[in-house]
Design a protein around this ligand. Structure first.
Ligand code: GUN
Length: 277
């Protein structure tokens, strides 16, 4: 079975649009982008377009490539203090002179629709999340939509980043999976991966997941964004080979990616609802 993230995201966005209309609220998202990275600019444009589609207002703050940490913090503080803004998204990665941790920590937790602030990561780890990071939360939505059982299942997450691996593991644990996190120093990583009923790869390496690492019938979630020799967008999973063994698998593109933006929209509406009460 192919897990069609694009279709799930379309369904969720339509539903969200109705909910926003019914609420009478006008949620607003602010994005902050530093520099001219074309991929980042494209992602931010897609986020603004999706906002418009579902009835969320959005503003974009663009800072120059050489902006200092202080300059970025100033922009974040202004947005924190702006009662018309419900959600703040600082597009990552930031240029190397900017202290990313200070910037993430400066976002007001109630407006942290990316879920990267330590307060929100702490709430997630405590099993009482408010805003969970959009990519792993979007993956949970795919699993839910396709009724893939999680409780009691063995889940293996490959990658331990703040935005994907760690929160993914916390979300799966909160849903009562038995969770293992693997990373570059894991011994016999293939053995760990082969034990997974749900395998999530967030490594960033082309054809990292081969069929011999996948249990027959497993659910395989591919978070990778890589480009092959022809410049074609590919995930971490050797898709054609692994799909024969997997019970369910997300493609790249059209799998996890669209769910990240849909979840950002859901988080922004949630921020608006929470600030209204
Ligand atoms: N860069 C790549 N993905 C993301 C994301 O989910 N949020 C932010 N802020 N930056 C990103």
């Amino acid at each position: 079975m192919i897990l069609d993230g694009k279709a799930v995201s379309e369904k969720r966005l339509e539903l969200l649009k109705e909910k926003i209309e019914e609420s009478g609220l006008y949620p607003r998202l602010a994005t902050v982008i530093v520099g001219e990275d074309p991929a980042s600019k494209l992602y931010v444009r897609m986020k603004h377009r999706t906002c418009e589609r579902v009835g969320i207002g959005s503003i974009g703050i663009e800072l120059p490539e050489d902006a200092s940490t202080e300059r970025v913090l100033e922009a974040v503080t202004r947005l924190n203090n702006d009662p018309d803004i419900n959600g703040i998204l600082v597009q990552l990665p930031l240029p190397s002179q900017v202290d990313t941790t200070r910037v993430i920590n400066a976002v007001a937790p109630g407006k942290d629709v990316d879920g990267f602030h330590p307060y929100n990561l702490g709430r997630l780890l405590a099993g009482d999340p408010v805003f969970a990071p959009c990519t792993p939360q979007g993956i949970m939505t795919i699993l839910e939509e396709y009724r893939i059982p999680i409780q009691g299942q063995r889940a293996v997450v490959v990658g331990r980043s703040i935005d994907v691996g760690r929160p993914m593991a916390a979300l799966l644990l909160n849903a009562d999976a038995t969770v293992t996190i693997c990373h570059s120093k894991t011994k016999k990583i293939e053995d760990e991966m082969r034990g997974a009923d749900i395998l999530v790869s967030a490594v960033g390496r082309l054809k990292f997941v081969r069929p011999e690492m996948v249990k027959e019938g497993a659910t395989v979630i591919d978070v990778g964004i890589n480009y092959d020799e022809q410049g074609k967008l590919c995930g971490d999973v050797d898709f054609e080979a692994v799909r024969e063994r997997a019970g369910a698998i997300t493609p790249v593109p059209g799998g996890v990616g669209p769910m990240t933006i849909a979840t950002l929209m859901e988080n922004t509406f949630k921020a608006a609802r929470l600030s209204a009460c």
